[in-house]
Ligand binder design. Sequence first.
Ligand code: ATP
Ligand code: MG
Length: 541
Amino acid sequence: MAEACNFIEQIVAEDLASGKIGAVQTRFPPEPNGYLHIGHAKSMFVNFGIAEKFGGKCNLFFDDTNPSKEKTEYVEAIKRDIAWLGYHWAKEVYASDFFDDIYAFAERLIAMGKAYVCDLSPEEIKATRGTLTEPGTESPYRNRSVEENLQLFREMRAGKYADGEKCLRAKIDMSSPNINLRDPVIYRILRAAHHRTGDKWCIYPMYDYAHPVCDYLQGVTHSLCTLEFEDHRPLYDWVGITLGFDPKPRQIEFARLNMTNLVMSKRYLKKLVEEGSVHGWDDPRMPTLAGLRNRGVPAAALRDFCMRAGVAKAQSECDICYFEAIVREYCNAHAPRAMAVVDPLKLTITNYEGSEEVDFEVNQLDPAAGVRKVTFGRHLYIERGDFSSDPPPKYHRLKPGGVVRLKNAYIVRCDEAVCDERGTVTELRCTYLPESRSGHDTSGVKAKGVLHWVNAETCVPAVLKQYEHLLRDADYAGQDFSERMNPDSEHVFAAVAEPYLAEAEEGTAFQLMRTGYYKTCRENGALCLSEIVSLKDTFNK
Ligand code: ATP
Ligand code: MG
C-alpha cells in the first residue's frame, strides 16, 4: 500500500488495512459562490491526492445550499480550474441533487422526535442560544407534537409561511458546552431562485445538516475539511448517528492554508473584483486559480507547493516567498531565455557595419533545448538603467569610457553619451572590440558587466507589466484587509523585445534576461510581457 505522508493519510491507511473501509471515497466540496483560490488548491491536493494515492475516488461536490449567492458561472469556472490543476473527479454532484433526500431525512428526524418547527425569529434564536459560559434557553416551541411538527414542516415547504417566519431545528441540547449543538437550525424558509432547482424549493437545508447527509449519500468515507469545522464535528456525527448512517462518514479537519500578502476568502476577493481594485477574477495579481493561471504559474508548481506546504492540524502562515521560490524553480528549469529592454536607450556601434548572427542558448539548464540565433548589428538598445554618466564606485554597467560585454556578443566601449538640450542622454556612441566575440574572445580585455540588449532594426515594441503583492504585510498584520491594500501593485512599462518573443505562442513563459520570468500575451494586438515571478529569490536569503 502507498506510504502515508501525513496524519490524514495515516488514518486512511489504517482504515483500509483494518478492513473498516473497502476503498477510500473523498469529495472536494466548493460552494459555487466565487472563484477558487490557492487555499482551495490545498483542499484539492488533500481530497484528490488521497483518493489518487490510495486507489480510491474523489467527487466534485458542489455545496449549493445557499441559493442567493450561487451562480452557474462559478460552477463552470470551478470545473475549469480543477481541470487546469490536473485533477479528475469521479462524479460531479450537487447538494441540490439530494434536496429530496435531505428533506425526507428531515421528516424522519421529526418523526423520531429529534427535530421541531420553531417560530422564533432568527434574532430571537440567536439571543436565546446562550454563550460560551452560559447555557441557552429552550424554545417555547420545542415540545410540539410530532404530528404538529410534520404538518408545519410540510406547510413550510408548501410556501405557507414568509421567509424567516419559521424554521426547523434539531432537538439536541440547549445546555451543551458546544453551541453548535444547542438546537441548531437545519432548515430555513428562503424564497430565492436556485441556480439549478429554480423555484422548486422555498426551504433550504443548512450546511451543517446537509453536508453529512450528502456525504453519506455519496458514500464518502472520509470527509476532509478545514479546522473551523472542528467544532461542528459533533453535529456532523449527531446527524449520522441519529439517522443511522452505516457506514458513517468520518470528518477529519486540517489547517487552512494561510499566506502572507494574500486575501484568501472568496468574499473579499469578490469585493476586490466588484469595486474594481483588480481587473477581474483572473487578474494576474489575484490568488485565484484563474489569476494564477493567467499569471503564467505552471499548474505543476502549484501542486508541488501544496505538497511541500504539508498537511497538519496546527494553524500556520506560509510566506508567499516560499510559493514564489517554487514557481521560480519551475520556470527556471523550463523557460527559454530571451531579451527585452525596458525604458530603452539607443546604443550605436560606430565601428560596426552590417549584421551577424550570434548564438544564444535557449536554456543553459536544458542542453536539449539547443541554441538559437540572435541578430547583432550596429543599432541596438540597452536599458537606460544600465548606463550612468555619474556612476558610483564599482559600477560595472556602462559608463563614459567604460566597457561592458553585450550578452553573447561583443565587448563595447562607451565613447560618448549624446544628450538633448535638457541634458537627457538620448544615445550612446560606442566602439566594439572585434576580437571579443563571445566564445572566441582573444581581446584580452576584461569586462565586468554583461548587459542584455536588443537589435534596434529587428526589435518589436512591447508593453511590460510588473506586479507587486496585492496586500502589504507584516507591519500591517491584524488591520482590516482594505487598509492593507497595496494601492500601487501594477506597473506598466514601455519596452522593446526580440522578435523571437513576438513569434512565440501566446502564453509562453520566458526568462527575460536580468529582468524576470514573463509570459507573452497580446493586448490590443501589441506584444505584452506579463510578469510571472521576479528573478530575485527573497526566500532563501
Ligand atoms: P472562502 O472563505 O474563501 O469562501 P470556503 O471555505 O467558504 O472559503 P468553500 O467553497 O466552502 O470555501 O471551500 C471548499 C473547500 O475548500 C472546503 O472544504 C474548505 O475547507 C476548503 N478550503 C477553503 N479555503 C481553504 C484554505 N485556505 N486552505 C485549505 N482549504 C481551504
Ligand atoms: Mg464555505
